[in-house]
Design a protein around this ligand. Sequence first.
Ligand SMILES: CC(=O)N[C@H]1[C@@H](OP(=O)(O)OP(=O)(O)OC[C@H]2O[C@@H](n3ccc(=O)[nH]c3=O)[C@H](O)[C@@H]2O)O[C@H](CO)[C@@H](O)[C@@H]1O
Ligand SMILES: C=C(OP(=O)(O)O)C(=O)O
Length: 421
Amino acid sequence: MQAFRIHSGNELHGDVTISGAKNAALPILFATILAETPLQVSNVPRLNDINTTLKLLAELGANVDWSSDNNVSIDASAINNCLAPYELVKTMRASILVLGPLLARFGHAEVSLPGGCAIGARPVDLHIQGLKAMGADITVENGYIIARKEGRLQGARFFMDAVSVTGTENLMMAAALAEGTTVIENAAREPEIVDLANFLNLMGAKVSGAGTDTLTIEGVESLKGADYPVMPDRIETGTFLVAAAVTGGKVRCLNTDPSALEAVISKLQEAGANVSTGEDWIELEMTGRPNAVNIRTAPHPAFPTDMQAQFVTLNTIAEGTATTVETIFENRFMHVPELQRMGADINLEGNTAISVGVTGLTGAQVMATDLRASASLVIAGLVAEGETIVDRIYHIDRGYQHIEDKLQKLGADITRFDKPA
Ligand SMILES: CC(=O)N[C@H]1[C@@H](OP(=O)(O)OP(=O)(O)OC[C@H]2O[C@@H](n3ccc(=O)[nH]c3=O)[C@H](O)[C@@H]2O)O[C@H](CO)[C@@H](O)[C@@H]1O
Ligand SMILES: C=C(OP(=O)(O)O)C(=O)O
C-alpha cells in the first residue's frame, strides 16, 4: 500500500496548474451514454475515479480511448449491456450516475446499490423517486436497483426533498431524453451542475435554469456527440490555497475559475490571506499565522463540504478558536482524531468541531479515511514538526492528480513510497 512521507519546514511558493474537476468530469463521462455518435471530452483529470468510470463505460459496451493525456474519446453507440456490477460501483459512489442515462436511452438499467461510505450513509432514494416520477418501474433486488420503462420516460415535475448534487445530475440526464418537459425543484446549484447542463445542451439537449434551484428540461428524441472541456477543479484549487495559507508563502493557481470559489476565497481572506484573482487564476499570499474562521457547510453557493476538512486543519494551527459545522454529511470528521494525534486541540460535539488553535503540530503516522480527510492530513504534515506518514493514500488518488508532484514543485518536502501492509 502506498503512503506519503512529509517533512515540514518549507513555505509554499510558485504556480500550480489546476486539473479538470473530478465532480464535473464524472457526470459528463456518464452523460456520454446518452449520445448516439462519438465525442471527445478534454481536461479530464488523471484520477482513479475516472479510471473506474471508463472501465464501467467499457463494461457497458462503449468504445473508450484515453491514450492522449487529458482527452477521452468515447463512442457510446455500441452499448449493449445495462448492468453496472457491484465490483465497480462499490469503489465509487458516483457510479450511480449510470442509472438515469441508461434508463433514458435503453429503457433498462441494473445498477448495484452503492452502499454507505466513510463520510455517511449517502442514500440514493431521491434518484429513485425522481425516475419513478418520470414513469420508471423501479425495484431493489439482491442489492441492485432494477429500473425499466417501456417507451420513453415521461417529463414530470419533481421536488427534491434534500438538495442532492448527483441526484439532480441523474434526473437532468434522464429528463434530457424524456418525452415532454421535466421541472426539477430544489435542484442543486453547484458549478458542476452548470458544466453538465452546458455539455448536455451542446449534445442537443434543452436544459435551462442550471445554477438556479429550478431546472427545466425539455426532452428531445436523441442526442449527438460533442467535444467538451471539463471545468477546472474548484476543490483542488481550494486545497492548494489552504495549503499555502497554512504553510505561509505565495501560491498562484492557474487554469482555474475564481467565480466558483467565492465562499472559500472569502473565508481565506477572513483568515488573513491576501487573495487576488484574474479571469483564470487565483493568487494567495500569507504572512504569519492565519486567524481561526468559523465554517458552516451547506449546498452551493454556501461553503462546500468538500473543503471542510482542509479548513479544520487551518483552524488547528490558527490564532484563536473556531467552530466548524458540517450540515451535509453525518460522519465527515474522520480527520479529527488523526489531527488530534498530531497535537490538534479539537473538541467534537455532534456535527460541530470546536478548534482551539495551537502554535505547532508534531509529525505522526496518520491514516487517510476519505478523500478530503487525506488532503487535510497532507496539509497538516506540511507544517507539523518532524516527519508525518499519511497511510492509505489511495483515497487521495481518487480526487487529486499527482498531488505530491504539484506540492513538490511549490517547495514541499513530500514523497510517495510503498509501505508494507
Ligand atoms: C461525485 C460528486 O459530485 N460528489 C459530490 C456530491 O456527492 P453526492 O451527490 O453523493 O451528495 P449529495 O448532494 O447527493 O448529498 C447531499 C445530502 O443529501 C442526502 N441525500 C442525497 C441523495 C439522496 O437520494 N438522498 C439523500 O438523502 C445525502 O445523504 C447528503 O446528506 O455532492 C456532495 C455534496 O456537495 C459532495 O461532497 C461530493 O463531492
Ligand atoms: C466526497 C467526495 O466525492 P465522492 O462523492 O465521489 O465520494 C469528494 O469529492 O469530496
